[in-house]
Design a protein around this ligand. Structure first.
Ligand SMILES: Nc1ncnc2c1ncn2[C@@H]1O[C@H](COP(=O)(O)OP(=O)(O)O)[C@@H](O)[C@H]1O
Ligand SMILES: [Mg+2]
Length: 449
């Protein structure tokens, strides 16, 4: 076992033998799984989304490890992933599966350079591009249609045409930024700190603090999308929740629309939350499984006494469902009857129910695959423009954050590493940490293979 632990490059292998799973990081757990899998000298290793839950930097090291083991041991590997960037880095040959069928296969070069099936074309195109700015992301629908007899037919337009039409017109970005930054900020976060006490035993004395948010300051302007990116555990969720005081900050100021949020009593805080909503990562746990979709969206309207009565509230819910692209018949259904993307739409409708000005999206698309992700991101952008919303958009995925954001904040170990224009940071990072984060993104482009 020690030899295997060494082979998968676990740190302190002797100590690891006596460790429990919860004491290991995500990357270390994955290394242990790989050690288990190769322990009986397999000829073929099946890896099912082995890096999906990991950060890009950790993902990169795990991919390198798998590749190394595969070459040294001359074993075959079947690598399953929804991430095309990862696919490009690891695979020799690719099979594309759609609705239970293999619709296309070929070498990585063939698939990426010259995809034939419209579904493959769509998948490749609906990832947020890193090298250019689009108004909206293409979705699978742009590349294929289903005809009357249920067959897939390729749409008339080529990928290049679709992308060209979605490109941000020259000058639009400058006009938008000029408008944004001549206003007063709607939110000011000043020297915010949120520390979690570390205790010995359950009731034991405090032996130290986790500085989850450590002296963070920034402004957000009305109508702006401020991206917040960083590896998992860097404090993004704690920061988002501290702003709403769902977690009580240790010190600092939060000024929203001229009001000092930290000075509010419970009643005023509740009223303030009508204006500031949060959409969580996991729509499973944020929706009550025993409440129908309709009641889940109606409830916050009741709490905040919006609209005259339940009849007019129900009408409003139906309007919201329509707005997020769900049919009215879902009103009486329960969360488990929906796919991840649909549930995320429900969460968005629920946040919109109280007509907020400001929404914090915490990893709101991280659990979705690229084609559904593109649809939800487009929806968030449409709502921003239509309803004049302001977002803090949190994600560990720099490509997604760059697509969504006007400015972005790069966070590391509770502190801000770098902050500024999203494009500028991506193309010209000033900071070592940011550069590392950008380098670790699987680009999925032919030149990098
Ligand atoms: N309730 C808590 N008690 C103690 N430590 C916490 C708590 N919540 C988060 N942390 C710690 O704070 C740090 C930041 O966590 P989090 O804000 O969830 O990061 P992110 O959202 O960037 O992944 C981590 O080290 C995490 O372990
Ligand atoms: Mg988080």
């Amino acid at each position: 076992t020690l030899a295997l632990f060494n082979e998968v490059q676990l740190p302190r292998p002797e100590q690891m033998l006596d460790s429990y799973p919860h004491q290991l990081s995500g990357g270390q757990k994955q290394r242990v799984m790989i050690a288990m899998a190769i322990s009986c000298q397999p000829n073929i290793l099946i890896a099912d989304e082995p890096t999906t839950a990991l950060d890009v930097t950790v993902q990169k090291t795990i991919l390198q490890l798998l590749k190394k083991l595969q070459l040294e041991r001359q074993m075959s590997m079947m690598f399953i992933t929804h991430d095309l960037g990862v696919m490009a880095e690891i695979a020799d040959r690719v099979l594309v599966m759609y609705k239970g069928k293999i619709v296309e296969q070929g070498t990585v070069q063939e698939i990426f350079a010259n995809p034939k099936h419209p579904y493959t074309k769509g998948l490749l195109a609906c990832r947020p591009p890193l090298d250019r700015k689009l108004r909206a992301l293409p979705t699978i629908k742009d590349f294929m249609e289903v005809d009357n007899s249920g067959n897939l037919v390729e749409a008339k337009k080529s990928v290049a045409e679709v992308i060209r039409e979605l490109e941000m017109p020259a000058g639009n970005l400058e006009i938008r930024k000029e408008k944004l930054y001549t206003q007063n900020p709607v939110l000011q976060v000043q020297n915010l700190q949120t520390y979690f006490p570390v205790r010995k035993g359950i009731f034991g004395k405090v032996t130290g603090y986790v500085k989850a948010v450590d002296d963070v300051s920034f402004d957000v302007f009305p109508g702006e999308v401020l991206g917040l990116v960083g590896e998992s555990g860097c404090g993004k969720t704690t920061l988002g929740r501290s702003i709403l005081r769902l977690i009580e900050p240790t010190s600092g100021n939060i000024i929203f629309d001229g009001t000092d949020i930290r000075a509010l009593g419970n009643g005023d805080l509740r009223r303030m939350r009508k204006n500031m909503q949060i959409i969580f990562q996991d729509p499973y746990s944020s929706l009550n499984p025993r409440m129908t979709i309709g009641s889940a969206i109606l409830e916050p309207m009741q709490v905040h006494r919006l609209h005259e009565n339940d009849k007019s509230r129900k009408a409003k819910v139906l309007e919201l469902l329509d707005r997020v692209g769900l049919p009215s018949k879902v009103y009486n259904r329960y969360p488990h009857e929906f796919s991840g993307g649909q549930r995320q739409r429900v969460s968005i409708a629920r946040a919109l129910a109280v007509e907020p000005k400001f929404i914090i999206c915490d990893e709101s698309v991280s659990a979705l695959d690229v084609s559904v992700q593109a649809q939800v991101l487009n929806l968030l952008n449409e709502l921003r423009d239509e309803l004049g919303l302001t977002y803090i958009f949190i994600s560990h995925d720099l490509g997604v954050v760059k697509f969504m954001s006007d400015r972005m904040v790069v966070m590391n170990a509770g502190k801000i590493e770098e902050m500024g224009n999203a494009e500028e940071i991506y193309f010209n990072p000033k900071n070592e940490y940011t550069r590392k984060l950008i380098d670790a993104i699987p680009k999925g482009e032919i030149i990098h293979i």
